[in-house]
Design a protein around this ligand. Sequence first.
Ligand code: DOR
Ligand code: ZN
Length: 424
Amino acid sequence: MRSTELVVEGECYISGRFERACIGIDGGKIVAIARNLEGERRLDFGSRKVLPAAIDSHVHFREPGMTHKEDFGTGSLAALHGGVSCVLDMPNTVPPTSTARALEEKAEAAASRSLVDFGLFAAVRPGVDIASMAGRAVGFKLYMAGTTGDLLVPSLASVEEELAEVARSGKVLAVHAEDESLRRKEPAESLDDHMRNRTGDCEASAVRKVAKAAEACRLHICHVSSRDSLPLVLGQPRATAEVTPHHILLDRDRPLGTYGKVNPPLRTRADRQALFLAFKEGRFDTMASDHAPHTIDEKKEDFDFAPSGMPGVETMFPVMLQHVRDRHLALATVVKALCERPGEIFGIRKGRIDTGYDADLVVVDFMEGREVRADNLYSKCGWTAYEGMPAVFPKAVIVRGELMMNDGEQEGERHGRDVVASDG
Ligand code: DOR
Ligand code: ZN
């Protein structure tokens, strides 16, 4: 029998069902799956479930420039404990990731500090050199409304050439779809006011406009938040769509105050339920956390001045697994949206337990739930909107064949790698 460097054994999620199996791993990749395999090292997880680790395709790790909120060290530690083995980081840092040099510098910082693999988005702005970034970026990000950072484009016409270059690059264009021209700027004191300033129409209008202006691009509509824009987004012929945990689980009636302030906003219960249902039916391509940490001091500002965004990279997979445990969601739906589709869309060989894929695995025990507590989380920001929610946190996490977390303890060497620059 063939022997591999490592064999992981357990109840493995393969082709949509659990089977007792051995996963043979060489050079960080899955090379064999069989009932019995020999290995130089062996990790036997007994009756525990082995799933693909998640890819969180939308995070803000704040490095460089805002590392008082988060950095690649703390953000990736949070990711690891949440069963996320790969994060795709957004470009609204300081400086923004809108030059080849900024991309290079962020990649170096991430490679030296990250415990999990990463990909970097580059920003679309008037005058940026798309071609020089296309080789290094996992995708491009377009901000159609003002939010954290300074990346709002004045109009789609102002980036016409840049969008044509993005289309030529073949990379995904991820869009923050809110129409700045429809955004009301009334004073806001509550989540309800915030929602009224950034309506579902504002989202729908942006989707319509970008679908036309960037027709030739591989569009990915981020964080869909409104039931009004839902049919439009899901009806786009070639675009893919993302939903966040907060938009399907939280709404403006929660007493979260500034901690629930995000862009696009939390909306009504009816919006939340419509999004949950669409997610449950498998109509979204991906779920991503939009992990957007801000400090407690920043969130203590008056509502209007408090920044938008909430952390989520560590709670997304565990809270979704709890919904599987409670039979509110099918495991296949969760694995597809958090693991398989992000891998397919962004061209990353992760997210499946199959030969040729990276050996990025999580081990879970559905019988062992634990409530989310900010005190037990690893993000630098120190708070969560999911305080007290039941969740199924992973018992162990393996990144490219290396056991990085076991029984809540960090293990292994820091070896986060850029999924675009690495040779596979
Ligand atoms: O709520 C948000 N926070 N929405 C965004 O678009 C940006 C993000 C952030 O970076 O804080
Ligand atoms: Zn975001």
